[in-house]
Ligand binder design. Structure first.
Ligand SMILES: Nc1ncnc2c1ncn2[C@@H]1O[C@H](COP(=O)(O)OP(=O)(O)OP(=O)(O)O)[C@@H](O)[C@H]1O
Ligand SMILES: [Mg+2]
Length: 250
């Protein structure tokens, strides 16, 4: 089982949206996925992940392919992670809160990969400045740029603000298909529900959703590679287009 923990010590950074999107991405690859809610809304009626899970239940995945557990304490995190492993879950996605307490620290500590989403340079800078406060051993932390929308600076600035941390080449766009996952459940199914021809009304909405879904799938592959220590290299003119380099293992 691979554990991926979403981390951003600032509210509204896109942790929950990215968790749900990656769950859709891995489910489409046929993986067995468990989502662990370690956010401050775990156990609450208003939990977005609970509403999302209900929608996902209508999306015709195999029984047992998707699970949601809510954790409020250290033991719950440890026990549920062990249970997920025993049940044959392949990918454990852990959503956390902006404030980091013991359960979130455990979730960070047990992660094979930490994904830090940022919707702007402010979030990215805050992550890069403070991550050492929470992680005393070097960990696989990757920044994730959530593509900018009109009110935000260009995505390149967010990428830069992550400093020396690696950042996924794939970005998530600002899109209805991602922001409305709580209402729609699986992204692929949402795209299918919008499908129409170019001359029919709603085609632009369908195309935007399709684009967002493609971005999610691209990111899912990149995350999967990162889990095996592979990273997409910076593209240089004299390099072959796809060159992946296995990281050295000490
Ligand atoms: N790619 C995206 N496209 C559209 N909207 C997005 C996207 N990513 C995030 N949002 C919106 O930004 C807001 C914050 O996102 P999200 O809830 O995922 O952040 P969070 O880090 O989990 O925040 P919180 O601190 O509330 O837990 C939400 O309203 C969400 O719909
Ligand atoms: Mg959240």
């Amino acid at each position: 089982m691979k554990t991926i923990t979403l981390f951003a010590n600032k509210g509204g950074s896109g942790r929950t949206v990215s968790t749900m999107a990656l769950a859709s991405g891995f489910l489409t690859q046929g993986r067995r996925v468990s989502v662990m809610d370690c956010s401050d809304l775990a156990g609450c009626e208003a939990s977005p992940l609970r509403a999302w899970r209900e929608q996902m239940a209508t999306c015709k995945f195999h029984r047992g392919q998707l699970d949601l557990v809510e954790c409020q304490g250290r033991e719950e995190v440890e026990d549920n992670a062990a249970a997920a492993k025993a049940q044959g879950i392949e990918v454990l996605l852990v959503d956390t809160s902006a404030r980091i307490f013991e359960p979130q620290l455990v979730a960070l500590d047990m992660a094979d990969l930490i994904i830090a989403p940022a919707i702007g340079p402010l979030e990215a800078k805050r992550i890069s400045d403070s991550v050492a406060k929470y992680l005393d051993t070097p960990k696989q932390l990757y920044g994730l740029v959530i593509g900018s929308h009109n009110r935000l600076p260009p995505a390149g600035k967010t990428r830069k603000a992550f400093g020396f941390h690696p950042v996924f080449k794939s970005e998530l766009p600002w899109a209805e298909a991602l922001s409305e996952q709580v209402l729609n459940g699986d992204i692929a199914q949402f795209v299918a529900s919008l499908a129409c021809k170019p001359d029919e009304p709603g085609f632009a909405r369908f195309r935007a959703a399709q684009e967002a879904w493609t971005a999610v799938q691209r990111l899912t592959f990149e995350v999967d590679w990162a889990l095996t220590g592979q990273r997409l290299e910076q593209y240089a003119i004299d390099q072959p287009h796809f060159r992946y380099e296995k990281e050295a293992v000490a």
